[in-house]
Design a protein around this ligand. Structure first.
Ligand code: FAD
Length: 410
């Protein structure tokens, strides 16, 4: 079908993960629609390219919607129904049907078997060409209004105007965007934006100079009411990172922003070992003749263990047998409830997202359509949805894009 004979015009704003998935879905489902992706920059799919350290963590091998939603600090309630319609299993099949095989790593993250994000980009570009999806680059949407005939007038940053019957906003984070004000003029509310998935800066003699060491099963919490996050913690030259830290930054993104990223954390370097368990272990060690500095806990790197001992004021020659009680207590505290003062944050280079965006209560998740402006749809990170690391953010983009695309193709 040529563009002259196409009946409905569908505008997808943003050539990222969500925008492509939406556009491909509409074009597949409704060949009579003229589908155009408008992209503000000169390149599309840039985040897909850099994602997962260049490997693109496409999704996560979690196939039960009720479990899947637990990985979303914001949006979990709304995503439950959406995941019943499009979940990681569907994503895997969609890519497999287009000759892109995904593999699962031991922690559940899924990547293309090529370990190369360009595989995903090539797949999208081939599909877009096959389905006749138009791509217009260097066109940033500045504002949109609904006209009397029910169509949309789209105003772009070069001053041009376009019209469309249906619009899907897939612009990613609405940070600093004029579009946000245009949406507010249409009645939509924008939840305040805040970074999520960041590392913590700190300057502390217990970790100074130990950059690169990691503890595989630690747990960390703030003084907020939120629960502790368990998993690997990585010591970096600026402070702390790793899955447990990133998860904490996501779950408490708003509170940490309110504290201007100055707050205290408590770390249990031994995961869930309790004080009683630790004291029992120490009692057993007292019966031997070994030095305290002889490494005891398999999960602790030796250099960190030695550092914690020295910061507790225990001399190198100290034996377990005659370790003073006050030193034992100090060591217990250091191991399972060490307090650290965080002063600032650092962007995690592997994955970061923005929480906040279009308020979810104004969106019908069965169609990813505005409840206030018919035929206006939303997909991806422009919504107040964000996940923790592990492929959950892309999965939200695929799911919302798919549902928006299906609704627009009706
Ligand atoms: C370094 C990094 C690594 C990541 N790795 C992973 C990972 O491995 N797995 C995972 O699940 N998630 C990952 N994420 C998160 C993931 O990239 C995002 O959640 C996802 O890209 C969101 O998709 P989106 O299409 O909504 O937004 P985006 O990918 O941000 O795409 C939006 C597009 O819209 C364009 N645009 C913006 N405004 C306008 C406008 N007004 N008009 C027209 N176009 C506009 C932008 O230029 C952009 O191309 C990573 C993020 C980062 C930053």
């Amino acid at each position: 079908m040529t563009s002259q004979t196409k009946q409905r015009s569908v505008a997808v704003i943003g050539g990222g993960a969500a925008g492509y998935f939406t556009a491909l879905t509409v074009a597949e489902r409704d060949p009579a629609a003229e589908v155009t992706i408008y992209e503000s920059s000169r390149r599309t799919l840039t985040k897909v390219q850099i994602s997962g350290g260049g490997r693109c963590n496409v999704t996560h091998s979690c196939f039960v919607p009720r479990q899947l939603i637990r990985h979303y600090p914001r949006g979990s309630r709304e995503l439950l129904g959406a995941f019943h319609r499009w979940q990681p299993q569907d994503t895997i099949r969609w890519f497999a049907d287009r000759s892109v095989a995904l593999k699962t790593e031991s922690d559940g993250r899924m990547f293309p078997t090529t370990d190369d994000s360009r595989t995903i980009i090539a797949c999208f570009e081939q599909q877009a060409a096959r389905l006749g999806v138009r791509l217009l680059k260097n066109l940033g949407l500045r504002g949109l209004t609904k006209e009397e005939d029910g169509r949309f007038a789209l105003e772009f940053n070069d001053g041009s105007l376009q019209r469309a019957d249906k619009v899907c906003l897939a612009t990613g984070s609405l940070k600093g965007s004029k579009l946000a004000r245009s949406l507010e003029a249409l009645g939509h509310s924008i939840e305040p934006l805040a970074p999520s998935l960041f590392a913590f800066n700190l300057s502390d003699k217990r970790t100074h100079g130990l950059s690169g060491l990691s503890v595989q099963d630690a747990s960390v919490c703030t003084d907020q009411k939120g629960s502790a996050q368990r998993g690997p913690i990585l010591i970096t030259h600026r402070g702390l990172s790793g899955p447990a830290i990133l998860r904490l930054s996501a779950w408490e993104a708003r509170a940490l922003q309110a504290d201007n990223y100055h707050f205290d954390i408590t770390i249990n370097w031994l995961g869930d070992v309790s004080e009683n368990q630790l004291r029992e272990t120490f009692n057993r060690l007292r019966k031997g003749k070994t030095l305290v500095k002889t490494k005891v806990f398999e999960q602790l790197p030796r250099r960190l263990w030695e550092r914690l001992i020295s910061c507790t004021g225990i001399p190198e020659t100290q034996k377990w047998a005659n370790l003073p009680k006050d030193k034992e207590s100090a060591l217990v505290a250091e191991l399972i409830s060490g307090r650290f003062a965080v002063c600032g944050k650092t962007t995690n280079k592997d994955e970061f997202v923005t929480c906040g965006g279009v308020r979810l209560k104004d969106v019908d998740f069965r169609r990813m359509e505005s409840k206030l402006v018919p035929s206006l749809h939303f997909a991806g990170e422009c919504l107040d949805i964000d996940g923790i690391t592990g492929g959950f953010n892309f999965q939200a983009a695929w799911t919302t894009g798919r549902i928006a695309g299906e609704a627009m193709a009706e």
